[in-house]
Ligand binder design. Structure first.
Ligand SMILES: [Mn+2]
Length: 331
C-alpha cells in the first residue's frame, strides 16, 4: 500500500533484531514502515502514528516534538510486563510515520490529520489506532477522519482530562481547548456519548459546565472518581457506551495528571490524577472490546525533567496495549 502524501515515514527508527531473534525491547519490536505501508490484508494489531502539531495549543507548547521524543524512549522499555505477566511481542505493531505539518497554516495541518485518519481507518479498519500528539486540537481531526471512513458507525469518547475542552471555537478557533465542542456541535459525536473523567479544581469556567449539561455530556470530577473508585468509574462509562455506540475512542490529555507527576505538560495543575491511576485506567480501557483507538496529547518534551513525562506517555501507551493483548488473547 502506498502512503498518502500527507503521511511521511517516521523520521527515525531503531535497529531491529535480525533473523529469528525475538525482540526484547519496544525499540526492537515496533516495525517502522518505509515508503510502503503494510498491505491491507496483512495481520496488524496496532498502528501508531505521530501528529506533530502544537501551534494550536493555548499554552505555549512544543508538543510537536513529542512523537519523536516518544519513539526515542522505546529503548528503555522491555516488551514484557511483569505486573500482568504479558509479553507484548505477541502483537504486531507498525509505526506508519508522522503527518506532514504545514509551517504556518494550522488549518492545512488539521485537514491533513483528518484525511490521514480517514485513510488509515479505511484501509486498516481492524488494528488498534494509536495517535501520538501533538496538542488536543488533533483529537477533533482524528475522530472526524475515523467517522468519515466508517460513516454508519457511532463513535463514543472517553476523555481523561483536567478540562472539558468545550471552549468556544468561535472565540479560539480549532485550538486545543475546543475539540470536544467541535465534535459535539458538528454532530460527529453525540454529547451523550462523551464521558470526561478527571476534571477538578479551578480549571473550568462555570459556563463550560453549562455547555456540558446542555449537550448531556457525562463527567466525573477527580474527587467523585476517587470516592467511587477509578476502576468503577471507568466501568460505568464503558457500560453506558457499550450499548449505545459501535466504537470507543479514548483520548488522554496528559494534563489530567497532577502537576507533580507531569512536569512536561504545559497546562498541568495540582489536584490531578496520579501516574499509577492513569496506567490502570488505560489498561482497563484497552481491554474493552469496543475501544478502537487511543490518543495521547499535550505533552511538551522541552518542558520535561529527565524525560519523566515522556516515560509516562510511553508507559501509558504500553499499558493500553497490555489491555489489548489481554482482550485478544482472552487472558
Ligand atoms: Mn484537553
Amino acid at each position: 500500500m502506498r502512503r498518502p502524501a500527507e503521511l511521511r515515514c517516521a523520521p527515525f527508527s531503531w535497529q531491529r533484531p535480525t533473523g529469528d531473534a525475538a525482540p526484547r525491547f519496544v525499540s526492537e519490536w515496533v516495525e517502522v514502515a518505509g515508503e510502503a505501508l503494510p498491505a491491507c490484508e496483512e495481520q496488524v494489531d496496532v498502528l501508531v502514528w505521530g501528529v506533530p502539531l502544537s501551534r494550536t495549543s493555548i499554552s505555549a507548547s512544543a508538543a510537536s516534538e513529542h512523537p519523536m521524543a516518544f519513539r526515542r524512549l522505546w529503548r528503555g522499555f522491555a516488551t514484557y510486563n511483569i505486573d500482568e505477566d504479558v509479553n507484548l511481542a505477541g502483537l504486531r505493531v507498525v509505526d506508519v510515520g508522522d503527518v506532514v505539518e504545514h509551517v504556518t497554516d494550522s488549518a492545512v495541518t488539521h485537514e491533513a490529520i483528518e484525511q490521514t485518519a480517514c485513510f488509515l481507518r479505511t484501509h486498516y479498519p481492524e488494528p488498534f489506532l494509536t495517535t501520538i500528539g501533538g496538542d488536543h486540537s488533533i483529537t477533533a481531526c482524528v475522530v472526524r477522519g475515523m467517522q468519515k471512513a466508517e460513516p454508519s458507525k457511532k463513535i463514543g469518547i472517553i476523555q481523561l482530562d483536567t478540562h472539558f475542552d468545550l471552549r468556544d471555537p468561535a472565540e479560539l478557533g480549532k485550538a486545543n481547548g475546543t475539540p470536544i465542542r467541535q465534535l459535539v456541535e458538528e454532530g460527529v459525536v453525540s454529547g451523550q456519548h462523551v464521558h470526561t473523567i478527571g476534571l477538578h479544581g479551578f480549571f473550568n469556567g462555570e459556563p463550560l459546565k453549562e455547555v456540558a449539561d446542555r449537550h448531556g455530556i457525562h463527567y466525573y470530577t477527580m474527587k467523585q472518581t476517587r470516592k467511587r473508585g477509578l476502576e468503577a468509574t471507568i466501568a460505568d462509562a464503558l457500560a453506558a457506551l457499550t450499548t449505545e455506540v459501535d466504537s470507543i475512542y479514548v483520548t488522554v490529555d496528559m494534563d489530567v495528571l497532577d502537576i507533580s507527576h507531569a512536569p512536561g505538560v504545559p497546562a498541568s495543575t495540582p489536584g490531578g490524577m496520579y501516574t499509577d491511576e492513569l496506567l490502570d485506567a488505560v489498561l482497563q480501557l484497552g481491554a474493552h472490546p469496543k475501544v478502537a483507538a487511543l490518543d495521547i496529547v499535550c505533552l511538551d518534551p522541552r518542558k520535561d525533567v529527565h524525560d519523566a513525562t515522556v516515560k509516562v506517555a510511553v508507559h501509558t501507551w504500553l499499558n493500553a496495549l497490555v489491555g489489548l493483548y489481554k482482550r485478544t488473547s482472552g487472558a
